[in-house]
Write a protein that binds this ligand. Structure first.
Ligand code: RUQ
Ligand code: CUA
Length: 669
């Protein structure tokens, strides 16, 4: 039997693995004998995923890169990769995090961090439907959230989250993009201090941050943080429709243990989903609840006019103690270390995927409200009422599979849940709690995504399953093989697997939307006459080279197919040379690149109308070339230039030319 599962689950689930659970047969784990999917796709299935050369896809899929820190853009149903949007990690291909303009995007209270671990993208909504303005995504390791423009497909803002560690339950937008959230995975001392780890229990706290989104510009701000008991907060989901105004967070380690977590955090029969009435908290805040706490966190914003990011260090955050907001926070007991916490499109059903449970728990929002009114409590934890399980529970899906992780929904009342251990997607009806279909995936699926699946209006034609392990599915590439996504057609009664495609990094989670929501408004150029970069040039006449002590600022332009200037003399060893380069093109899809021999940074890849900067510190005397790195025209290979570097202290005058014109000469400032 070929069974794929991760050591994470060995202790708690070895016995579950042995029980017959109605999961797929051992055989169906093998690609070679998988009769359900067909080892080779049949012709009609292949047709469903086929997008003819020159045709466009029906959907965009934004698949997180997991530990790559980025967000990749694919088309569905083809699975074709269009672009990797750099978010939390440097990207030398695009100069992101390397050029002077974008370096501030990666600034944090710990300094500049070149890498991140991105998990959960989510597209902005209006009235509970995707509006295609922005996609948000979280970073776990050094807690941050990012906002990416779905016009320019670039990261526009990154906000660090203080009092947080392992920002996992994030981002997840509310119905009108009022908030995204950031729930801490690790509880920590708040404020941080030097203390024994063994005193975790009762002393460490878990912050749940609500980040408000400006409705016009999208700017992010931490509206408030709720300082919760020291649990591990895992996933989150906003209410919608009738439950709009509430947010639900799953948690594990309600035991509050701090060592050998795989055993000690799995003791309690039930952990909690935390239900937070954020509208009520807003009312409390309006009446003065909460207090400003000193903090230090980076807020990095892209300026569209200057084409430059800037960092502001924020100095305080509003924190709320649960005791200050009675009636706004409740615990929903949920078996057993719930991971995914998902709300159906009607807002009535709250699904807790107890990753160590053999059953899935469905809570009812209306029963929850009634239980609150009836005060159907089973005590409290740290003063927060624990609702009676029977009073809130809608029902249980018995033995649907092993290791349920995440659930998404269609418009027909069905839910689709991933099972990590039994490697399958199970379709079930939310109201009747009946399993309708199941399909193996290859292998160890984490999240799944239906475009719009986090909104009131899912587009339920396709489902993407994102797999952690692929083993024998692709050509081997050394010790690490790719991770993958698998595309299902869910328009019929049965799940139909129609495509397998490898992904960038770990395809952790994804957001998708119909192509027509974005395609028409996709940005084509940046207008040159609106370029307010301090070193921008708007034509070749404005190009210049200026010495300021041992700094040299080259204001250079690029257009098919030359740089201006293309020859520069009078640079000396020990100088710090700034290349400020403007792409004068005003045509769609004509970026130019530039790189300089020996520059200890990446290339610049400059979009039409934009200005970018890199620094070169020549170490050696000589005549050194630079060139365009992006094949831009038939004369791309001619797009080049030289810098003459003289010895330190040399008196070679600073001159620069294009086309044997009279050399420009700059006085030393
Ligand atoms: S979590 S694989 Cu990082 Cu989204 Cu469940
Ligand atoms: Cu410009 Cu190649």
């Amino acid at each position: 039997m070929k069974t794929i599962f991760k050591p994470l689950f060995t202790l708690a689930t070895a016995s579950m693995m042995l029980a017959s659970c109605g999961g797929p047969s051992a055989d169906s784990h093998s690609s070679k004998s998988a009769s359900h999917s067909g080892g080779a796709l049949s012709g009609s299935m292949a047709e469903k995923a086929f997008v003819a050369p020159g045709e466009h896809d029906e959907y965009y899929a934004f698949i997180s890169g997991g530990f790559s820190g980025q967000l990749a853009v694919y088309g569905l149903p083809s699975g074709r990769l269009f672009r990797v949007i750099p978010v939390f990690s440097q990207d030398p291909e695009k100069g992101y995090g390397y050029n002077e303009e974008t370096k501030p995007m990666l600034m944090t209270s710990h300094g500049m961090i070149p890498w991140g671990d991105s998990h959960h993208p989510d597209i902005s909504q209006t009235n509970g439907e995707l509006d295609g303005r922005w996609v948000f995504i979280n970073e776990n390791n050094t807690p941050r959230v990012a906002r990416i423009s779905l016009t320019s497909f670039e990261t526009e803002e990154i906000l660090e989250i203080p009092n947080s560690a392992g920002n996992h339950s994030s981002t997840f937008v509310t119905e009108n993009t009022e908030y995204i959230v950031a729930g801490t995975r690790f509880s920590i001392p708040i404020p941080q201090k030097d203390m024994p780890i063994s005193e975790y229990k009762g002393n460490f706290k878990g912050a749940l941050s609500f980040i408000s989104i400006d409705p016009e510009e999208g700017h992010m701000d931490i509206a408030f943080q709720i300082i919760m008991p020291g649990f591990n907060f895992d996933l989150a989901h906003p209410g919608r429709g009738k439950s709009h105004g509430w947010f639900f967070f799953s948690s594990y380690n309600t035991e509050e243990s701090n060592t050998l977590m795989e055993v000690n955090a799995s003791q309690n029969d039930k952990d909690f989903i935390t239900a937070i009435n954020w509208k009520k908290i807003e009312e409390y805040i309006a009446k003065g609840a909460g207090k400003k706490m000193p903090a230090n966190y980076a807020h990095n914003t892209w300026n569209d006019a200057t084409h430059t990011a800037e960092t502001v260090m924020e100095k305080e955050v509003l924190v709320i103690n649960p005791e200050e907001v009675p009636g706004a926070i409740y615990f929903l007991p949920t078996p057993k270390s719930p991971h995914g916490c998902d709300v159906d499109p009607t807002g009535e059903y709250i699904i807790g995927n107890g990753k160590l449970a053999a059953a899935m728990t469905v809570h009812s929002f209306s029963k929850m409200i009634k239980a609150i009114d009836d005060k159907a409590f089973d005590g409290d934890a740290y003063g927060i009422p624990i609702l009676n399980f029977e009073a809130i529970n809608y029902g249980t899906l018995e033995q649907p599979g092993l290791g349920p992780l995440h659930t998404e929904f269609d418009t027909r009342g069905n839910a689709y849940t991933t099972f990590f251990i039994s490697s399958e997607v199970v379709k079930w009806n939310v109201e009747s709690l009946e399993v309708l279909d199941r399909h193996p995936v290859y292998y160890s699926v984490g999240h799944l995504m239906i475009p719009g699946g986090n909104s009131r209006k899912p587009f339920d034609k396709y489902l993407v399953a994102m797999n952690k392990i692929t083993k024998d599915r692709y050509l081997p590439t050394g010790p690490e093989v790719c991770q993958s996504a698998q595309l299902f057609d869910i328009s019929g009664d049965k799940l139909e697997l129609i495509l397998d495609f490898p992904t960038i990094g770990e395809p952790h989670y994804a957001a998708g939307c119909p192509a027509e929501l974005l395609a028409d408004k996709s940005q084509k150029i940046f207008k040159l006459d609106e370029n307010k970069h301090p070193y921008a040039v708007h034509n070749e006449a404005e190009t210049k080279v200026v010495r300021e002590g041992n700094e040299i600022h080259i204001s250079m332009s690029m257009i098919r197919s030359h740089f201006s200037p293309d020859n520069i003399e009078g640079v000396r060893v020990g100088d710090k040379v700034y290349f400020h380069v403007t792409n004068l093109e005003q045509d769609y899809d004509v970026p130019h690149g530039i790189s300089m021999i020996g520059a200890q940074t990446s290339e610049l890849l400059i979009m039409p109308g934009r200005t970018e900067t890199f620094i070169w510190e020549p170490k050696q005397v000589g005549v050194w070339p630079f060139y365009c790195t992006d094949f831009c025209s038939a004369l791309h290979q001619e797009m080049q230039g030289y810098v003459r570097v003289s010895a330190a202290g040399s008196t070679t005058p600073l001159t620069y030319t294009l086309d044997d014109e009279v050399p420009g000469t700059e006085e030393e400032l």
